[in-house]
Design a protein around this ligand. Structure first.
Ligand code: AMP
Length: 298
């Protein structure tokens, strides 16, 4: 099982290919949907009383355990953003934390002995509150974004010190580590504590760094891109989903997990929000994984 804490949101998104309002989104949502193709996921988050039942039904149908999802009086988290032709760059217009401002996560008992924990992009104080409630042997991975790098750098640093693996976008790593070099960013992040760092480069793939090795994976080239929102979280869902399903943390398997991450991100961008995952099948995931091998092997 993987436990994830992060945002469950209603997004308003505009891309060069269309726009959608009040769409199911959030870092924990995108992660849980992608990871649910591989393993059981327990979701820790809060939504407001305005959160539509149809989204609860969708997550339940995907097999996501919602016993850690609270509903509070008030409004659900909302994010509004747009992309221009450079789809790697999300431009935030508005972030409304709403019910997340007073959220005090309390993990269901059966989540506390989870083997895998994903601290998806949300307030680093909340990420730490969840990390402190699980067992010490957990394999923990964190993600973040520029919003938290600029508003809570101290708390984010404290969090990174405690996790096994840190995920970040290339531009966020540059901002947080104050250096242009990806290699130096990774070294600075590992110096804080994590054994490994994955730097996501959007449509240019992802880089894995450990003390011993580097691994570079391209992104899967696709024909029809609609909306990159949630690609990073879907990448994390495929990545950690594969690790949890196999229970194998060896380096060759971590490389394989990065390819599953890239596969899930590539499906995610083919539709707005999590739409493409509604019809996605395990066969499609496996055949894209095989295709990925053939385009990168030389
Ligand atoms: P990404 O995988 O980076 O594209 O994540 C996109 C999701 O992050 C969107 O569905 C948003 O609802 C969510 N999001 C945007 N800003 C924040 C924030 N400051 N904290 C938590 N989640 C956010």
């Amino acid at each position: 099982m993987i436990v994830v804490v992060g945002s469950v949101a209603l997004d308003k998104v505009k891309t060069p290919f269309g726009q959608v309002d009040e769409m199911l989104g959030g870092s924990a949502t995108h992660f849980a949907c992608a990871a649910s193709f591989f393993t059981k996921v327990g979701l820790v988050a809060v939504v407001g009383s305005d959160f539509p039942d149809e989204h609860i039904d969708f997550l339940t149908a995907r097999g996501v355990d919602l016993s850690g999802l609270e509903t509070q009086d008030g409004q659900t988290f909302r994010w509004e953003g747009y992309y221009e032709y450079d789809l790697n760059q999300a431009h935030t217009i508005d972030t409304q934390l709403n019910v997340f401002e007073s959220f005090k996560p309390k993990l269901p008992e059966n989540y506390k002995d989870t083997e895998f924990l994903f601290l998806a992009n949300i307030d680093p104080d909340l990420q730490q509150a969840v990390l402190s409630q699980v067992n010490d042997d957990v394999f923990s991975v964190c993600d973040t974004m520029n919003y938290w790098i600029s508003s809570k750098p101290g708390s984010l640093t404290d969090l990174i010190k405690k996790v096994n693996l840190c995920l970040m976008n290339d531009s966020e790593a540059r901002e947080f580590c104050q250096t242009f070099s990806m290699l130096e960013s990774a070294r600075k992040l590992m110096a804080l504590g994590p054994e490994a760092v994955i730097l996501k480069k959007g449509e240019h793939g992802a880089l894995l760094f450990t003390d011993a090795t580097h691994f570079a994976a391209p992104a899967f080239p696709i024909e029809e891109i609609k909306d990159p929102t949630g690609a990073g979280d879907s990448f994390a869902g495929g990545f950690l989903g594969h690790l949890a399903k196999t229970g194998d943390l060896s380096e060759p398997n971590i490389r394989k997990a990065i390819i599953y991450g890239s596969v899930m991100a590539s499906f995610n961008v083919e539709g707005f929000g999590a739409q493409r995952l509604v019809s996605l099948t395990n066969d499609e995931i496996e055949s894209r994984f095989d295709l990925f091998r053939s385009i990168t092997c030389f």
